[in-house]
Design a protein around this ligand. Structure first.
Ligand SMILES: Nc1nc2c(c(=O)[nH]1)N[C@H]1C(S)=C(S)[C@@H](COP(=O)(O)OP(=O)(O)OC[C@H]3O[C@@H](n4cnc5c(=O)[nH]c(N)nc54)[C@H](O)[C@@H]3O)O[C@H]1N2
Ligand SMILES: Nc1nc2c(c(=O)[nH]1)N[C@H]1C(S)=C(S)[C@@H](COP(=O)(O)OP(=O)(O)OC[C@H]3O[C@@H](n4cnc5c(=O)[nH]c(N)nc54)[C@H](O)[C@@H]3O)O[C@H]1N2
Ligand code: SF4
Ligand SMILES: [Mo]
Length: 677
């Protein structure tokens, strides 16, 4: 490359635990290549294959570059180019009109973390919708069941520093496809292996990660609570517990112990499909190896009984006294360590009616079709609801409503844009300033713009600031710059871990580690009501749950025989990057994996085009017959964009709006389906 190539740093903005440091080569204002930043203390110059393809995404010929207005019917992608002034005029006119006739809570924002940058995902946008008086959106699609479940046991949804996991001697990867979804954890695990650690994967299918493990344990979907209770049963009966730790740092061991006695290995084997010998071997390994580490994944909580699974599994490390040992404990997520000043960022006090209604994002379909007073305007950003949200027949019927005014702000004409009245062009994160934290490692970072906005693209921060001005909102809240908002987010005396982290330092040092030593949680400062790890939870009882872990099966409400596990894939990031041809080529095509026994019963062979269906909907997909899944399971990977020519539709036509046991979470993996040739 000539000398006009320069290298600059950035941070990956995607909804992925690793939050990698990036090293970007630029030439003439364009991104030439994206690599890892070797100076990032955790990600150390290594990034995933998909983000290496970011130049193809940023400079994709399909980038939306100008505001668009719908001119044809909804669902047909017929738009004409308009100016920003016209777009803002249309939006403010519609909003004011709707507010006059139906009230401000007939407007609903719909967003998630297409961009994890703090000020572009939960800053100016939140202020705008608060001031407007819009309905609240409960952002429950990803992590809410686990958060609630883990909190009951541990008080705060945080785990150990992943950098310490090189010291672990036994690593259990539980419902997590690390190789695809948290690759730098694999790097630490490989180091631990060199030091003699053993790796166990517990999953419903032999995923990429299972192939790396010393031992793969396969169980029926939704039965992990029973497995964890079976482990407790054996730990207690074989005296593999740490009595001193339990006495000092836990609450309610006797109650838990009594309940665990209801889960002998023979019974647990029947529920989970894991043979008794394997349950015994796993438990003895867990009871006899220290330090041990459990990486708890997202796969678990996307079940109807997911909250209780996380609540239960998170009791295990305390039984063998792992917390406080270097490399011992568990990790579901760490984002609470870096909690920014949410109140300052989002300014809930701007809302004229704080008690206004809340819509659960997993039930968007019903909200659009059934709410009274109705939702009259929807503003979508950082999300692609016409792919990722359950019960697509309802979602799309709702989005098709003639009397619904919909704005979508995105980089591409996603499936959601088919239903938009106005499409606004979004910058990529390379074009913006933002503040990033990870929900896994412990570094905060600042990412500065490295290129001019493409076309007429604007960031979320900018559009909501400018819309506020057009709406006539005069509050100081809308007058500030990005830098000022970042300063406000970091100014949070209540969070000791952020002490000393400022925007000035971030500009100099780029990545700064949270100071956990300031207030070590494990094992002395567990923030539960009792101050201890709660095997028994009074709060759970008050909230209507069993106060000790208890296995409750996934509902058997309909006659469909296969449980449908439809997780993410390796090369896409949810539905993002699914429009990059190179990555599509690697993923080949959407397939459904079926066990040979299920396939034989239905006369299905690998390569057959099959119908997957239930009461909610139907999709057509290619079958793949494999022993990697158990009988009774149908498994897909990836949220692929619709493709009419290929008769390809979102798997979420088959998932339901049922909520998980805790936190109002999504239940993607508890759907039931039938399959036919
Ligand atoms: N490449 C890539 N990386 C990603 C994403 C992506 O789309 N692509 N998405 C990002 C996001 S938003 C998230 S939330 C995370 C998700 O990443 P993970 O935490 O890895 O979660 P999933 O991949 O949803 O599911 C993990 C595993 O759970 C298994 N599973 C399903 N049901 C059960 C069960 O009942 N018991 C057990 N033991 N296992 C079960 C699935 O087979 C799967 O292998 O990844 C992030 N990273
Ligand atoms: N079947 C099934 N469905 C699932 C899941 C599953 O495992 N299976 N996983 C669920 C989970 S865990 C999650 S987290 C959700 C994720 O759901 P979403 O958060 O909706 O994730 P994406 O599909 O990546 O859509 C993000 C969109 O934001 C856009 N975007 C990126 N940056 C910006 C920006 O700066 N501004 C604006 N305005 N837009 C931007 C992207 O182009 C993309 O279209 O999906 C859920 N849906
Ligand atoms: S998607 Fe994840 S692994 Fe890939 S570059 Fe981004 S943060 Fe790193
Ligand atoms: Mo997620």
């Amino acid at each position: 490359m000539g000398d006009s190539v320069k290298t600059v740093r950035s941070i990956c903005p995607l909804d992925c635990p690793d939050t990698c440091g990036l090293s970007v080569q630029m030439k003439e204002g364009k991104i030439v290549s994206v690599n890892g930043d070797k100076e990032h203390p955790v990600t150390k110059g290594v990034i995933c294959h998909k983000v290496r393809k970011s130049p193809d995404r940023v400079h994709h010929p399909d980038r939306v570059l100008y505001p668009l207005k719908r001119v044809g019917k909804k669902g047909t992608l017929s738009f004409k180019r308009i100016s920003w002034e016209e777009a803002y005029e249309e939006i403010t006119f519609q909003f004011k009109d709707i507010i006059k006739d139906y009230g401000p809570d007939s407007i609903l924002p719909y967003s998630f973390y297409g961009n994890m940058g703090v000020i572009n995902s939960e800053g100016m946008d939140r202020r705008f919708f608060h001031k407007l008086g819009a309905s609240y959106l409960d952002r429950t699609i990803c992590n809410s069941a686990a958060s609630v479940g883990y909190r009951y046991t541990m008080g705060l949804p945080v785990g150990i520093d992943p950098e310490d996991t090189v010291h672990s001697k036994l690593i259990i990867i539980w419902g997590c496809n690390l190789i695809s979804t948290n690759m730098h954890q694999v790097m630490y695990i490989n180091e631990a292996k060199k030091n003699g650690a053993k790796v166990v994967v517990i999953d419903v299918h032999r995923n990429r990660t299972a192939k790396l493990a010393d031992w793969f344990i396969q169980l029926r979907p939704g039965t992990d609570t029973a497995l964890a209770l079976g482990m407790m049963n054996v730990l207690i009966r074989e005296n593999l517990i740490d009595k001193k730790f339990i006495e000092t740092y836990t609450h309610g061991f006797d109650e838990l112990s009594a309940n665990a006695m209801n889960y002998p290995p023979e019974k647990v084997a029947k529920i989970t499909g894991v043979p008794v010998q394997e349950i015994l071997k796993l438990t003895r390994m867990y009871g006899e190896t220290s330090p041990s580490f459990i990486r708890i994944g997202n796969g678990l909580q996307h079940h109807e009984n997911g909250g209780m699974m996380i609540r239960t599994i998170s009791c295990l490390p305390a039984m063998t006294g792992q917390w406080g040992k270097l490399g011992g404990g568990a990790l579901k997520g760490n984002s609470s360590y870096a909690a920014f000043n949410k109140k300052k960022l989002q300014m809930p006090e701007l809302h004229p009616k704080p008690e206004t209604r809340t819509v659960n994002m997993n039930q968007l379909g019903s909200a659009l079709l059934e709410l009274d007073p109705p939702i009259k305007a929807l503003f979508v950003y950082n999300s692609n609801p016409a792919q990722v949200t359950p019960d697509q027949n309802k979602v799309r019927e709702g989005l098709m409503r003639h009397d619904l005014f919909t704005v979508v702000h995105d980089l591409f004409l996603t499936d959601s844009c088919y239903y938009a009245d106005i499409v606004l062009p979004a910058t990529s994160h390379f074009e913006n300033l933002d503040l990033y934290k990870s929900y896994w490692h412990l570094y905060v970072g600042l990412s500065e713009p490295i290129m001019e906005p493409m076309g007429e693209c604007k960031s979320n921060f900018t559009i909501f600031k400018e819309l506020a001005e057009r709406m006539g909102f005069e509050d100081q809240a809308f007058q500030i710059t990005e830098e000022q908002m970042i300063t406000e987010a970091l100014d949070h005396p209540e969070n000791p871990y952020l002490n000393g982290i400022t925007i000035e330092r971030l500009k100099q040092e780029k990545y700064i580690k949270l100071n956990l030593k300031e207030s070590e949680v494990f094992p002395n400062r567990i923030p539960t009501p009792s101050g201890k790890v709660e095997f028994y939870s009074e709060q759970m009882k008050a909230d209507g749950y069993s106060p000790v872990p208890e296995y409750i099966p996934v509902r058997e409400e309909n006659e469909y025989p296969l449980i449908f596990v439809c997780g993410p894939n390796h090369q896409f990031l949810n539905s993002s990057y699914a429009n990059i041809p190179h990555l599509q080529k690697h993923e080949k095509k959407p397939i459904v994996s079926l066990h040979p026994e299920e396939a034989r019963k239905r006369g299905i062979e690998t390569g057959d085009q099959v119908r997957l269906f239930n009461d909610l909907g139907e999709i057509s997909i290619e079958a793949h017959v494999t022993n990697d899944v158990l009988p009774g399971v149908a498994l897909t990977q990836g949220v692929w964009w619709d493709n009419e020519k290929k008769n390809q539709r979102s798997v979420n036509f088959l998932t339901s709006q049922n909520l998980s046991d805790m936190g109002g979470g999504a239940t993607f993996f508890s759907a039931k389906v039938e399959v036919r040739r």
